[in-house]
Write a protein that binds this ligand. Structure first.
Ligand code: PLP
Length: 407
C-alpha cells in the first residue's frame, strides 16, 4: 500500500525511466488525481481496520437508495439495453434531465440540449475539447478542483487562475476576472457550490459574472455537481436561468454522483446549445459510444424519484458542518469561513506554519498534513492540491460519531 506522503507528493506519471518506447511528452505533466488516490488509500485503510480518522471523503457516505438499485437490476433484464443506444444518452433519461432542470432551476430546456456522459469528468473533458483551440485560455478561480487544470491542458488550453480571497468567502469578482482576461481568453470555468471551499455564488453575483462573460464573448462552464448540498440561506443558481440571453454560451455540468450517492455508477450530463451538444455527441460516439445503459437506467430512477432522500442527507450534512466549523473555530491558529455548500471546510492554518512539530518542520500544508497523520492519526487534504497553500480541506461527509469529541 502506498504511503499518504507519497500520494500527496506524486510524481508525474511519465517521469520514470522505463525501458521501452516513451510515453507522450504531455504525460510528464500529468499526475493521477490526488483526491482520487487519497480516497482509494482511505478505503484500503478502512478495510484493514486502521484507527486513522479520515477527513478526506469526497462522496456521499450512504449507499445508493434501494429504488435506484432495483431499477438497475430491472435494466439488466431489458434486452433493448443490452445493445448500443444513442451516443447522447437514452432518450428517456435526456427527457428526465430536462424535466429535473425545469424543476430545480426553473429553466426550460429540451432533451436535445442534453448529452448524458460518464460523470462530470467526461462531460468536462468533452466540453473543453469541443471549445478550445491550442493556446486558448480558461479563467479558473482558485482554489479549484484539481481535475480542472489537467483537463484544460489535455484539451490544448491554458488555465489562468484567478485567486478567490478568503475575505470574500472564496469568491472571485468581475473586476478580478476582467484583469485576468486576455485576447486568448475563451471560457470561464466556475464551480458553485465549490469543492474545496464550499463557496456558493449568490444569484446576484452569478448574474453579474455571466453578463460580464457575455460582453466578453466567453463560454461560461459551470460545474453544478453540488447544487442540492446548500445550507442556511445559500441558494444554488445556474447562469442560463439568471441570464437567459446568455444561454447560447452556457455549458452546465452535473451528475448523480454526489446528491444521489451514485459516484460509482458514473452517470452525468452536459446541457448546452445544440451546436455544442452535436459536437460533444460526435466526440462521445468515438470515445465511449455512450454511458453504460444499466447505469443510465439507474440515473433515470434517481431523477424521477424526487428529492426526499437528498434533502435528508443535506440536513444530516448540515449538522456535521456546524459541528466541524464550531470545533475548528476554537482551535488556535485556525481560521474558518463557514462553507455554504458542498461538504468540505477549507480553513486557513497559515498561523500554524513556520514552526517545528514532532521534530518535523512545517513550512507548508503538505508537511503539516503529513505530521497530522503520523502524529495525530488524522488524514486531511493539504491546500496545495487545490492551488492554495496555507489551507486544509476537511470533509464533513463522515459517518456518525467521527466528529463527536471522544470521551
Ligand atoms: C467539483 C467536482 N466536480 C466533479 C466531480 C466528479 O464528478 P463525477 O463523479 O460526476 O465525474 C467531483 C468529484 O469529487 C467534484 O468535486
Amino acid at each position: 500500500m502506498r504511503s499518504f506522503d507519497s500520494i500527496l507528493a506524486s510524481l508525474p506519471a511519465g517521469s520514470s525511466h522505463a525501458i521501452g518506447p516513451a510515453l507522450a511528452q504531455q504525460m510528464t505533466t500529468i499526475t493521477p488525481s490526488v483526491t482520487g488516490e487519497v480516497d482509494a488509500w482511505v478505503k484500503e485503510l478502512g478495510a484493514t481496520g486502521s484507527p486513522v480518522i479520515a477527513l478526506t471523503t469526497g462522496e456521499a457516505i450512504r449507499n445508493t437508495p434501494e429504488h435506484i438499485v432495483e431499477a438497475a437490476v430491472a435494466a439488466c433484464r431489458s434486452e433493448r439495453l443490452h445493445r448500443y443506444t444513442p451516443p447522447a444518452g437514452l432518450p428517456e433519461l435526456r427527457e428526465a434531465i430536462a424535466a429535473k432542470t425545469a424543476r430545480d432551476s426553473g429553466r426550460e430546456v429540451t432533451a436535445d440540449e442534453v448529452v448524458v456522459t460518464s460523470g462530470v469528468r467526461q462531460a468536462l473533458s468533452e466540453a473543453l475539447v469541443a471549445i478550445l483551440d491550442p493556446g486558448d485560455e480558461v479563467l479558473l478561480p482558485a482554489p479549484y478542483w484539481p481535475t480542472y487544470p489537467v483537463e484544460v491542458r489535455l484539451a490544448g488550453g491554458r488555465a489562468v487562475t484567478v485567486p478567490a480571497a478568503m475575505a470574500n468567502d472564496f469568491k472571485v469578482t468581475v473586476d478580478q476576472l476582467e484583469s485576468a482576461t486576455s485576447r486568448r481568453t475563451k471560457a470561464l470555468l466556475l464551480c458553485s457550490p465549490c469543492n474545496p471551499t464550499g463557496a456558493v455564488y449568490s444569484p446576484q453575483e452569478l448574474r453579474a459574472i455571466t453578463e460580464w462573460a457575455a460582453d466578453e464573448d466567453l463560454w461560461v462552464i459551470t460545474d453544478e455537481i453540488y447544487e442540492h448540498l446548500v445550507y442556511g440561506s445559500a441558494v444554488a443558481s445556474t447562469p442560463p436561468a439568471l441570464v437567459p440571453t446568455a444561454s447560447d454560451r452556457c455549458i452546465v455540468l452535473n451528475s448523480v454522483s454526489k446528491a444521489h450517492a451514485m459516484s460509482g455508477w458514473r452517470v452525468g450530463w452536459l446541457i448546452g446549445p445544440s451546436r455544442l451538444v452535436g459536437a460533444v455527441s460526435a466526440l462521445q460516439s468515438h470515445a465511449t459510444s455512450h454511458a453504460s445503459n444499466v447505469a443510465q437506467a439507474a440515473a433515470l430512477a434517481a431523477l424521477e424519484g424526487g428529492l426526499a432522500s437528498v434533502d435528508a442527507m443535506t440536513a444530516d450534512l448540515d449538522r456535521r458542518r456546524l459541528r466541524l466549523c464550531g470545533s475548528l473555530a476554537e482551535l488556535p491558529g485556525v481560521e474558518v469561513v463557514e462553507p455554504s455548500g458542498a461538504f468540505y471546510a477549507f480553513p486557513s492554518v497559515d498561523a500554524c506554519l513556520g514552526g517545528v512539530l514532532a521534530g518535523r518542520a512545517m513550512r507548508t500544508t503538505l508537511e503539516l498534513s503529513s505530521v497530522l497523520l503520523q502524529h495525530g492519526g488524522v488524514a486531511v487534504v493539504p491546500g496545495e492540491v487545490f492551488g492554495r497553500v496555507g489551507h486544509l480541506r476537511i470533509s464533513f461527509a463522515l459517518p456518525d460519531g467521527v466528529l463527536e469529541p471522544s470521551s
